[in-house]
Design a protein around this ligand. Structure first.
Ligand code: FAD
Length: 461
């Protein structure tokens, strides 16, 4: 039996898209890196996903975009349809559709080639180990079944939404359990049609349909044409639809989109995605959380690959700084929180309000809002790209008066704007150090509790 090396600068748990990027950039800066994953090496990348990756991430990281048999197509952006599908919003943002396994394998191999010290597959992180300063490593169960302690100056947890380490960490700063109201349950099929019956519907764009009252309670339906004959279709919904999601998916997604005979289902599976603003603190002494483990998915659209890769890159940079300063405490690692909040945390917090608004609004209101241009392509694009929402209320009031009179909706839109401004203001003042975090956290909690109580129509907690 091969005995693993036991001491590192950084241990990265999880070799998904976030963890492989953290490993690669940490190793490139000369850090001694150990990357582990509980999956078999050849299966890494087999994530249940929509398989779309925003193109901008490859320029940001200066790494090769998908190509060859890893790349299936390049789309222009998203079309978000109203529940009645009579109107839609178009968001122009290029994204690649990938063969998820090949993409994941490429990122893993590039991380290994960048000079990481050790990669262990079929190795599960069981819990964290601590010294008097904080986290100093992890206990793992190796491929062989034996348990060992791996030690490091910093642990980067990239082990996904249900991270064992986040759930069990002894910390007053880290949220252990993600509330159910912030989790979306998904089911998706990848379907291949015979070559003679090519896809025709909106080949250039990814389709999202929102229909909270009927077809996609608390989420959306997606139709992503990966190539002319391969389509990724799925449904995201409230987590408590666990028992009935397949039935919903079959009726409102599969039977609706797949009308041709002789299709072949390449893959059929479910998953969970955290849809909310990032954890208020994504770090503590000796540890940083990245990707789904830290709720880095964009709550407006469920995209988490590019953001997790960004977070992995940032974590690697801060780890290097900590090593140079020879200080692995939160004092140094706090910079990671500041970068996350200014890079995308503020945007995601603003989008989180729109997520809640859309999740719980009656379908007839959403039909009205989209049809009457109360929310436009430009508004949503500004929100996605810059975290800004600036509804022109004079114009909105005129539109509402011109159309059907809906004073209740007008009031709700006004309170949406008020909360949006409050949240943006709060996140602009994210603390520069842990010293003022307690106050900020209390404000964040009370503001979002008010928002949840305002928008949520069910009793999920
Ligand atoms: C149905 C669905 C559709 C989606 N569609 C899209 C999309 O089209 N585009 C997009 O950008 N995002 C999409 N997302 C979100 C996206 O898939 C995630 O945000 C992204 O994959 C997160 O990457 P990650 O590396 O943080 O975590 P993960 O991909 O979950 O990787 C975690 C890794 O950690 C390993 N691991 C877990 N626990 C342990 C442990 N204890 N010890 C060791 N290893 C461990 C796992 O084996 C895994 O390899 C979708 C999500 C879902 C569920």
């Amino acid at each position: 039996m091969e005995i693993p090396k036991l001491n590192f600068d950084v241990i990265i748990v999880g070799a998904g898209t976030s963890g492989t990027i953290a490993a690669r950039f940490a190793a490139q800066q000369g850090l001694k890196v150990c990357l582990i994953d509980n999956n078999t090496k050849s299966d890494i990348g087999t994530k249940v996903c929509g398989d779309g990756v925003l193109a901008t991430i490859f320029n940001f990281l200066h790494i090769n975009p998908p190509k060859g048999n890893e790349l299936l197509s390049l789309k222009r952006g998203f079309r978000i349809y109203s529940p009645d599908q009579k109107s839609w919003l178009t968001i122009k943002i290029p994204l690649y559709f990938v063969d998820r396994l090949r993409f994941g394998q490429r990122l893993l191999n590039e991380a290994i080639d960048s000079g990481i010290d050790q990669f262990l597959d079929k190795t599960r992180a069981i819990n964290l180990t601590y010294n008097k300063e904080g986290v100093d490593g992890i206990k793992v169960r190796l491929k062989s079944g034996s348990k060992v302690d791996l030690k490091s100056k910093i642990v980067i947890d990239a082990s996904g939404c249900y991270s064992t380490l986040r759930r069990t960490i002894k910390s007053t700063l880290i949220i252990n359990e993600i509330p159910k109201r912030d989790l979306v349950l998904c089911f998706r099929d990848i379907v291949k049609l015979p070559s003679e019956s090519k896809l025709t519907h909106d080949l250039d764009y990814c389709t999202l349909i929102i229909d909270p009252d009927k077809r996609s309670p608390g989420g959306f339906i997606w139709y992503f044409p990966k190539s002319e004959t391969i389509i990724n279709i799925g449904l995201g919904t409230f987590i408590q639809y666990n028992g009935s999601i397949k039935e919903y998916f079959q009726k409102y997604v599969f039977d609706y989109f797949i009308t041709q005979p002789n299709f072949n289902i390449i893959s059929s599976a479910g998953g969970v995605v955290p849809l909310r603003r990032p954890l208020p603190s994504c770090a503590d002494n000796g540890i940083m959380f990245v990707g789904d483990a830290a709720c880095h998915v964009d709550p407006a659209n469920g995209g988490g690959i590019d953001v997790g890769m960004r977070a992995g890159y940032h974590a690697a940079q801060v780890a290097k700084k900590a090593l140079v300063a020879n200080d692995y405490s939160l004092k140094t690692l706090w910079e990671y929180n500041s970068i996350i909040m200014s890079d995308f945390g503020l945007k995601h917090a603003a989008s989180d309000i729109i997520r809640l608004f859309f999740q719980y609004k009656p379908s007839k209101d959403l039909n009205f809002i989209i049809k009457k241009n109360i929310l436009t392509d430009i508004d949503i694009s500004k929100l996605w790209f810059h975290g800004e929402l600036d509804l022109n209320f004079k114009a909105t009031i005129k539109k509402i008066i011109k159309g059907i009179t809906r004073p209740r909706l007008l009031l709700e839109l006004k309170s949406l704007m008020k909360y949006m401004n409050n949240v943006i203001d709060l996140y602009k003042h994210y603390p520069n150090s842990v010293d003022s975090f307690k106050d900020w956290r209390e404000k964040e909690t009370s503001l979002f509790e008010e928002i949840y109580s305002k928008f949520i129509r069910t009793n999920l907690s």
